[in-house]
Design a protein around this ligand. Sequence first.
Ligand SMILES: Cc1cc2nc3c(=O)[nH]c(=O)nc-3n(C[C@H](O)[C@H](O)[C@H](O)COP(=O)(O)OP(=O)(O)OC[C@H]3O[C@@H](n4cnc5c(N)ncnc54)[C@H](O)[C@@H]3O)c2cc1C
Length: 489
Amino acid sequence: MPPYGAEAWGMDIAIIGGGAAAVGVLDALASAAPARGSIRVFGPSPHLWRGRPYGPDLDSVLVNAPPAIMSIRHADPGHYGAWLGGRGDAYLDERLGQPLVPRAVYGEYLEQTAEKALAVLRERGRWTEVVAARVVGAARSGGRLVLRTEDGGEHVADRVVLCVGGGRPHDHYGLAGAPGFAGDPYPLAGTLENVAPETDVAVIGSGLTAVDVVVSLAARGHTGRISMVSRTGMLPHVWQRPGAHRPRHVTTERVRALLDDHGAVTLDGLAGLLRAELADAGEDFDALLADLRAAPREDPVGRLRRQIAAIDAPEIGRRVLQETSHTVGPYAWRLLADDDKDRLRALFRVATSVASPMVPVNAARLLELFDSGRLDVVRGVERIERVHGGFRIDARGPDTRRTSWIAGRVVNAVNPPPHAIGQDAAALVAALVAEGLVAPCPSGGVLAADARVRIVGDLAGDGPFVTSGIPGVAAQGAAAARAVLAAAP
Ligand SMILES: Cc1cc2nc3c(=O)[nH]c(=O)nc-3n(C[C@H](O)[C@H](O)[C@H](O)COP(=O)(O)OP(=O)(O)OC[C@H]3O[C@@H](n4cnc5c(N)ncnc54)[C@H](O)[C@@H]3O)c2cc1C
């Protein structure tokens, strides 16, 4: 406990969750160097500061973005690159021309950044504590908040920052507990350990997590059939080599100008900015749109092949969309009317595949596996059920033809949608709602309903409709730290 009373002490800040978002908040608090009060972090994971993605795992599990957009210090985009230094040379993705490290290495960066922030805060007189327990309750108490942990502990706080992430995959086919079914693929080191190389494996999903599973199976010398089974069968787009172009039209300033000039921001207005950006570069907006619209129908392997061929292509269109979906996107999203938000939500899969592309090294590996016949994508999966000898999978493809086969193993690689309330956060969120401290958002997630609560990451109901990456949580974390400190006595 802090050694003296709260008034002389200053403000007690609680950060709930020990992943990347929490590191961003802590680092921003340390940069602002508040001298009084306490900071308590609740992080139940055995791999504190690494959250769900960045714990120890196989070397084939890579970060999916270059260093320039993986800094957890929002005010310093070069922070992660500087930490990585020459170590990055060992992890160069030749096609991208950028280092892409195993996610466990990035986890070291998060860990060291957090530990350094705690040390700075302590040096400056802040009392800090890490509580290795899940928070399951919250209540108002005499102008302050009391947080309850699963071991019955109670902790008083003046400000609470929720950094609980989006949780683990849902069990869409009711397979939990079935031998041979992995409900959460991470860490893949454990999930794949006992998968015999000749087993037929079905990977549920065709997004980035499914790509992780496939390339990791291949890295272990898997020889059996691997099938990515999903409703759409759409693969993530492929990263293009970063170019020198900096957006001049699709910028926060131009979005703000739309608001000032027209009193509203619409999807058509945003499309106009992209059209202008492309026109300046001599590119055709309608051609880009037509290509994106074709994604759900196009043969995924043919599209992958085209995307790999376009890694070095000079066109800026997809690069601008990909970059600005994380930079300008969150700001623009909040200004859109509900019907425009719905139009975008209807494009969730395509938008996600553009905003979060796969890295070239994985794309090339996937294509090799497709070409060798060891990997396929099955669209239109309808049912997966446990049967004698494994799992029976039934699908009806776009041509309405039925397919069905038996896989020995099934790995669930479907992440929860943005704004999902994770399993570990459910009790806490219910308590916060009951106390009127947060309010459920009709489209998912929650909104702060009390100035003492801030939300960082995918739980934030007003966050963008695509999953937050590191730049998003770093920006939100810095904003939450600023807001908390602005209220300090
Ligand atoms: C597999 C995967 C790979 C990814 N790779 C990248 C990438 O390479 N680059 C990128 O930019 N983005 C990537 N992302 C996006 C990712 O969402 C962010 O990078 C980041 O991890 C989000 O951090 P977070 O702290 O919000 O959530 P999380 O990482 O999920 O951390 C939340 C933490 O809160 C804890 N928690 C939950 N409930 C409670 C509770 N009640 N009490 C206490 N603690 C609680 C959890 O145990 C967890 O440790 C990836 C996402 C996934 C799922």
